[in-house]
Design a protein around this ligand. Structure first.
Ligand SMILES: N[C@@H](CCC(=O)N[C@@H](CS)C(=O)NCC(=O)O)C(=O)O
Length: 216
């Protein structure tokens, strides 16, 4: 049965869920919630996600699932093939930790509601706001680079993609869209470039989604 994904082209958390759905071959249709124009605050969407954030995943007749990491874990349990977590408990914990660096330590500092607070409440000017975003974006990449510099690859944890690759690819896409200099992170760039050769990642990219700016 087709799943309903509520998302937005520029949303990195939605990008994560799209990749997982694609990797697992799960059929879905996406409904656009324009988080730049404030559609996430519409009562009809708040009824789906009271946090007013995408993604949300709805299966016919079931309450919505929210939080991209919870959705990835759900997909892993319900559609175990191909696995997005390694077999051993220790390796799984490590992959989850790598995934959480961008998803839990960095991404919450970069979202529109935080950007709006920086400009509207703290009255930061545009260069100061960009410095904030760049700082936290690159802080996560520096930590990941230290973890990944010596891995044999081609993915974060071996020969197939895991949730660590999904979260790294989404985070790097955000950094690249913001034109941050990521050249100090060659291992991260190498792994992401490898991921993006897979259709499941490439087709899920923000710039491939309806509503994204057309690239010249
Ligand atoms: N921890 C949540 C984050 C969800 C989130 O903040 N999504 C962003 C887009 S990536 C959003 O919808 N933001 C709306 C806003 O900040 O107003 C998840 O992983 O799903």
């Amino acid at each position: 049965m087709t799943l309903d994904l509520y998302g937005f082209w520029r949303s990195l958390a939605t990008f994560r869920v799209r990749i997982a759905l694609n990797l697992k071959g799960v059929d879905y249709r996406e409904h656009r919630v324009d988080i730049f124009s404030g559609e996430q605050y519409d009562p009809s969407f708040r009824a789906i996600n009271p946090m007013a954030a995408v993604p949300a995943l709805v299966e016919h007749g079931q309450p919505p699932l929210t939080q991209s990491m919870a959705i990835l874990e759900y997909l892993e349990e319900v559609y175990p093939d191909p696995p997005l977590l390694p077999a051993s408990p220790r390796a799984r914990a490590h992959v989850r930790a790598l995934a959480m660096i961008p998803a839990c330590d960095a991404h919450p500092l970069l979202v529109p509601r935080v950007r709006a607070y920086l400009s509207d409440v703290l009255v930061l000017d545009e260069p100061s706001r960009m410095a904030w975003l760049e700082h936290w974006s690159l802080t996560a990449l520096a930590a990941l680079e230290q973890h990944l510099a010596a891995v044999p690859g081609p993915f974060c944890a071996g020969a197939s993609p895991t949730i660590a690759d999904i979260c790294l690819a989404a985070h790097m896409a955000g950094a690249r869209l913001s034109k941050f200099d990521t050249s100090a992170f060659p291992a991260c760039n190498r792994i992401v470039d490898h991921c993006m050769q897979l259709d499941a990642f490439a087709q899920a990219h923000p710039l491939k989604q309806p509503g994204a700016p057309v690239q010249g």
